[in-house]
Design a binder for this molecule. Sequence first.
Ligand code: GLC
Length: 510
Amino acid sequence: MQPPWWQTGVVYQIYPRSFADTRGNGVGDLPGVEAHLDHLAWLGVDAIWLSPIYRSPMADFGYDVADYRDVDPLFGDLDDLDRLLEQLHDRGMRLILDWVPNHTSDQHPWFVESRSARTSAKRDWYVWRDPAPDGGPPNNWVDAFTGAPAWTWDETTRQYYLHLFLPQQPDLNWSNPEVAAAMQDVLVYWLDRGVDGFRADVVHLIGKDDDLADDPPDRVGQHHAAFQNNEVTHAYLRDLRTMLDGYPGERMMVGEVNLDSTEAVATYYGHGDELHLAFNFALLHTPWDAEAWRASIERIDAAYAPRRAWPTWVLSNHDQPRHRSRYGSLRRARAAAVALLTLRGTPFLFQGEELGLADAEVPPERRVDPGGRDGARAPIPWTPDAPHGWAGAEPWLPWPPAVGAHNAATQRSQSASTAQLYRHLLARRRASPALRHGAMTWLDTPPGVLGYRRSDGDDERVVLVNFADETATFDLPGWCVEVDSLLPAATGAAFGGALAPEQGLLLARA
Ligand code: GLC
């Protein structure tokens, strides 16, 4: 049986505010996505994940949803979304929408009603509690961005409500079956419109302990969202999985389980009956070091294998500094891309990593994100000259560095560019069952070199990434270069056994 598309494909994350502005307000929009589908098709991705496009007051740039069933006017309207979906499907690409189940905006009609009176029919849709005996918050939890208490006092009804993120993002109470049903209806609404799947935002947080006990002393002051891991969430996920698998077509859910422990993340796959995929952020936090990479990857394999859970790989997203900035050079970022697109699992790309973008320098007066994540969210430059393919108004965040070289038009026109590297890797991956779903075994490489073999029947590939800043040697007769991170277009040469500093190679049998 063929594995499902979300196991063999490559997903490209679009952060719509920063992708492309067609209307001249400095914020990207859905027609901007539509205008650049050629770029995504040229690159060869299989699916796009759109960060939230719903109606929102934008306190957390869309992760505070005021209406789950409509598009925010800033991005366009439902017709724009339907058209985008149709065009993606015409090109054989899928669409994954972000779904934010843990919290709504404080402007969502559900919360407005909930906070109106203690007797409101929706009071119990959120997490309300009386103050502690001293009048302070009900427990010692702190929120994810500011480290302030995760509770806000409501003067009208004289209780606190819980928010693991901003005060403008009140947590839903999933233990109320009406909430679970309403949130499931949201999924059905979008499935009926034809979307192929969902990226479930901080989905490990939806299940809360009834007693909301204080965090233990060794956790006091740490963001509660980083370690809450309750058994009851698994039951909610099983219900969602049953619904998704019962829906016609191959629909899926990839969950953001933002827990430090790989072993804990693995449990969110259940026994093939919870999330189809869970993000695995280990490499976001692994330094530029071959041994550390190998240890991270082995640890993930060890945690996932007993559950037959399919891994995912991420080097950059809208919440973290870009990997080019983390690793300190484009050369390293390119070598890392060879691994990202050849490891066993589903890779998730973040818009602009294929252009070799670094984070923008955001001066204090232009910082807008309460979580300090502006740098990675800089606008995507499409052309070398201002306004870089945007509609003219100054974008909501500054441009990333070196847009003259790191823009889509220039990158696509140069054979040795980062965009060409990604394109070649994606094409080779598409053509190789070994890379798409084959087994992976480690090679006995010298220190500083990460090396593995992928295989599926007769189809075999070898990947070598030299993390060191000096030449490494590895004797491997009978193999030739399929993609070279330094010269992506030059293929077919026999592999002579030398790896340049910070070079990544994809090899095929000669
Ligand atoms: C997730 C999102 C992040 C957002 C947070 C709260 O971590 O990726 O951008 O701020 O959830 O919704």
